[in-house]
Design a protein around this ligand. Sequence first.
Ligand code: ADP
Length: 390
Amino acid sequence: MSEQAALALQGLRVVYDSFVALDDVSFELAPGETVAVVGPSGSGKSTLLRAVAGLEPLAGGEVLAQGRSLIGVATHQRDLGLMFQDHALFPHLDVAGNIGFGLRMQQWSRARRSERIDELLDLVGLGGFGGRAVHELSGGEAQRVALARALAPEPALLMLDEPFGSLDRLLREELTGELRRLLRELGQTALHVTHDQGEAFALADRVVILRGGKVEQIGAPAELWYRPRSSFVAEFLGHANIWPVEVGADEAVTVGGQRLGLSSDLFGSGDAQAQAQAQAQAQAQVKVVVPVDAVRLEAAAAGLATGGPPSTDGAVLGDGAGSSLGVVEGGAELKVEIISSVFREGGYRIDGVMVGAPAVTVGFEAEMPLGSGDIAVVSVDLDRLHRLGN
Ligand code: ADP
C-alpha cells in the first residue's frame, strides 16, 4: 500500500451483532481520484461510508488518510466533506449561511468566510444567490448549495451518498456531469456511494462493486463493462447477453445448440496451460458475456403469430414468415424471437430469446423497433465474447 494514497482502506470489517456487513474490504483512492462504490441494496455501501466517516466501529482493519490512521479520530476531525441525499439544508439559514456553516465552526474570520462563500457560489453556478432563503430554491439549486456546503472547508475527502437521488432523471444527469467537471477542476478526492451504476459510471474514475459486504471487482468503468469478472457483475451492470456456451475440444463454440463458430480466445489469451485445460474440458460449459454492440441485426420478419407487415433494419428481409429466415449453417448467427423494443437516444434496444432455446436471452441495438413475436436473425462478433467466472 502506498503512502501517497489519499485514502486507503485495509481489510475493513464491520459486524452488526453476528452479521458481517463488511468483510475484508480493501482499496485505495489516489489524490484527486473519484471512486464510486456500487452494489445492490444491503451490500454494505452505507456501512462503508459510515465506517470511513468514523460513524461505525470497526471489528477489524484500518482506514488511512495520507498514510495516517483515522482509527480513534472523531468524525469532525477527519477532514471530510459529506453530502448525503437526506442531509437537508438548515431551513433557518439563508444560502450563504448554509455554505458558511462549517467555516464558522472552524472559526474562519467573517471576511475570509464571505470570500469563500462567493467563490463557491460561482463554482456551483449560483452567483448572487447568497441571500436567498432555502425554501425559495428548486431541488437542483438546493443540491448545488449542499455540494457547496460540503466543499467549503476544502476537505481532503468528499463523500457523496446518492447525492442526486431525489431529483428527476434529466436534472440528475445534468448535475452529475457538472459534478464530474467540478471534481476534476478542483482535483478533489471523492468517494461516492450509489445503487445507480449509470451515475457511478458517469462520475467515477474507478468503480468498486460490493456484493454481500465483500469487494467483487474494482476497475475503470469500461474495464468493468467489457471484462466483468462474474455473472453477478455482468448482471448487476445490466448486460443482456449472458450466455451459457459450450466449447468443444476443436474450439467450436455453441450456444443453445446453435454453433456460433470457432474461437480460440475463450480460455485466456495465449495461456498455454489454460488452453490445455480447455482441451481437457472438451464440451465444457462456460458462461460468456457479449456486449449488445457485438450483436448485429441481419434480418427480421414479422412473427408467425401476428402475420403483420415485415419490419426491417434495412437488411435482408424474409417474406413475412419467420420460419423462412434461414440461419447460415456454421455461421455465427442466431435466430431470435423478439419480446420488446425500447427507444433509447436515437435507436432501439431490442430484447428477445433464442428460438429453440428460450433460456438464452439476446439483446441488441437497431434503428427500427421490432414487434413482440417477430423473428430476427442476428450475427455475433465472436471476438467480443468475454468469459465469466462463477
Ligand atoms: P446498502 O447501503 O448497500 O444498502 P447497508 O450498508 O445499509 O447496505 O447494510 C448492509 C447490511 O447490514 C444489510 O444487510 C443491513 O440490513 C445490515 N445493517 C445495516 N445497519 C445495521 C444495523 N445498525 N444493525 C444491524 N444490521 C445492519
